[in-house]
Each structure stands twice: as C-alpha cells, then as structure tokens.
Design a protein around this ligand. Structure first.
Ligand code: FE2
Ligand code: FE2
Length: 333
C-alpha cells in the first residue's frame, strides 16, 4: 500500500488485512483496510491507528517515511477509539519516537492505561472533551466531539476545521479492502460504491447495530458539522458525496425502531428433498407479490451475512424440519 493525499495537508496511511476472522468472528472474504490519517500543520498529528499485528505498524511507518515525514516529528496521536484494531500499534510507535501527546477522552485514557499500561511515564496524556480544539498551525485546527457508545463508551470523532474533514473512526466504516489506486469515492464506479455500502451494512449489522440509539445521538451532533470529507478508520474515504454514507447510516440506525425495508429474509435448515419445495413456495409467493426475499441456508451461510439480511427485512421466515433437534445455529438464537 501507498499513502494517499486526502486533501491539502491531510494524508491517508493504510494497511490491509486478509485471511483472518476480524475480532475472531467475522470473515473477511474481501479483506479490510485499516486507515490512519496524518494532519500536517506546523505540528503533525496522526489520527486513528492500526492493529499491532505482524507487519501492520511497519507498513504505516514506511508510508510515513515515503511521504517525506519522520515518525519522530509526530506531536499528537489522536485516539478516537480505543479498540485494539486502532491502538495495537501504540507500543511499537512509542519505541521509535521520542514521545508524543496522546489525545483522547478521559475514558479512553483510562482504558489506554489498563490495556497497554500507557500513563504519564509513557507519554504526555492530553484529555479532551466535546468542543476542545488543538491548533496545529498553518490553518489546521482539530476539534473534538464525543460520540459515546458508537460502539464503545470512550468514542469520539475528530473534525479538521479548515478542510471540513471528519474522522469518525469506526462510524461510517466498512469491511472490504480498498484498491490501492482508488481509495476515494470519486474514483469508484457505482457498482464499487454499492459494494462498499453493502460491506458497510454488514459491518454495522455485526458490530454497531446494538448501539443504534447512540448512533442516532452521534448523528445529531454530526449533522451540525459542515462535512466536505469523511475519512473513517475502515474502508473508503468519502470526499465527493460524504452525505451518501451518512444517510445510509441514518437509515441503518433507524431500522432499530422504525419500519425496515419491505423485504423478507428466509432462513432454512435441513435437506433439499425435505425442505426444497417449501422454500420454493415461499420464494415464489414473495416474488409473486413483488416482495424481495433473501434466502439463506443455515448453518451453511455465515451469520455475518444473515444479520444484515435480518436487520433490513420487515419479515423473517424460519424454515425448520420438524425433526431438527437441536436447532442449527443461528436459528437456535
Ligand atoms: Fe471498534
Ligand atoms: Fe475499528
């Protein structure tokens, strides 16, 4: 991977992960990107980080150098979110720097201490709350907004005022690795954008959906910002039409309380001879009424694909052989 220019004075560093279960649960058949952002004023800030897995921190350090910068010059490390996929690199980073200020909410700093033993002996701790700002010089100003419980309690978003760039970390992110030469929405075809939207729905359904109410509260705060660029911790950067992913998230969060899509999800177990005719009848019936129907055989289909399907559907049909005991996962839940 190479670094990329997001906008004037803001650069994106990125590493891809493949061939593993994200968080030990979620398959990544199309990989996943881990994004980190440099904001360069007179001082340099790095926003969000990456995991500490083999080669990942080193990939970012190399991109930093390729940009003509030295990691020694980092003044601020901004932690929007303490989950280890964004913080595992902190200890390797510290080992090659003279020191930096760790900028995060007080809750995040407490977590940083208990996770990694990061305290004042490690680096300068710089707690921030909503509305606090850091002036990096040369017109670059970071402003912070707490968005708790999206999807951890310490979460915040960072907004760069001059470029109107929002760094929301996991919010608005997606599974799916980006193409190195096309990390921005303005470089992608409509089908590629649709792919990242589907992977954003899968990410939301699996990781964030239980926190839909805090997401709604976060959206209320984000709505007050003029966002020209939206740069999440996973997936593509939205700079042509950031409202597109914001509105998708709004719809996803609404699904927790408001009517969902006029669609059906059919989950079935068993064998083709015993269940096939019933599944076919259900599909024919739905399609005959003009209702889209998503069919998943369990346990063959991974639950990470079933959850977004169930989340979006107004109706769910379970097709289970009379003799099924115990019920196959996930029907048992
Ligand atoms: Fe997270
Ligand atoms: Fe993440």
């Amino acid at each position: 991977m190479k670094y990329s220019n997001v906008t004037d004075g803001i650069f994106r560093l990125s590493a891809h992960i493949h061939d593993l279960l994200f968080e030990g649960i979620w398959p990544l058949p199309h990989g996943m990107s881990m994004n980190s952002y440099i904001v360069q004023g007179k001082e340099i800030a790095i926003i969000d980080g990456v995991c500490g897995w083999d080669g990942v921190p080193e990939t970012l350090f190399r991109q930093f150098e390729e940009r003509g910068l030295s990691v020694q010059d980092i003044r601020y490390v901004v932690l929007n979110h303490m989950e280890p996929d964004h913080t595992g690199w902190l200890v390797p980073l510290k080992q090659i720097t003279r020191g930096f200020e760790l900028v995060a909410t007080p809750k995040a700093l407490r977590l940083a201490k208990s996770f990694f033993g990061l305290d004042e002996s490690f680096c300068t701790l710089h707690p921030v709350k909503s509305g606090d700002r850091i002036d990096l010089g040369k017109g670059k100003v970071l402003r912070f907004e707490e968005i708790p419980n999206v999807h951890w309690p310490e979460t915040m978003a960072t907004y760069e005022e001059s470029s109107r760039t929002l760094f929301p970390c996991d919010a608005f992110g997606s599974f799916g690795a980006i193409r190195e030469e096309a990390p921005f929405d303005d470089q992608l075809s409509e089908s590629e954008l649709a792919f990242f939207e589907e992977e954003a729905v899968r990410y939301f359904a699996n990781i964030v959906a239980a926190f839909s109410w805090p997401v709604k509260k976060a959206l209320e705060k984000i709505d007050s910002l003029d966002i020209r660029v939206l740069a999440p911790g996973h997936g593509i950067v939205w700079r042509k039409n950031p409202a597109r992913i914001v509105e998708l998230y709004r719809r996803l969060a609404e699904w927790s309380t408001a009517p969902t899509e006029p669609e059906i999800t059919l989950l079935w177990a068993g064998t083709e001879p015993s269940m096939g005719s019933l599944v076919k009848a259900a599909v024919d019936g739905a399609l005959g009424e003009g209702v889209p129907i998503h069919v998943h055989k369990v346990p063959d289909t991974h639950i990470s694909y079933i959850l977004p399907s169930v989340l979006r559907s107004s109706g769910v049909i379970l097709g289970i052989p009379y003799s099924s005991d115990p019920l196959p996962s996930p029907l048992a839940h």
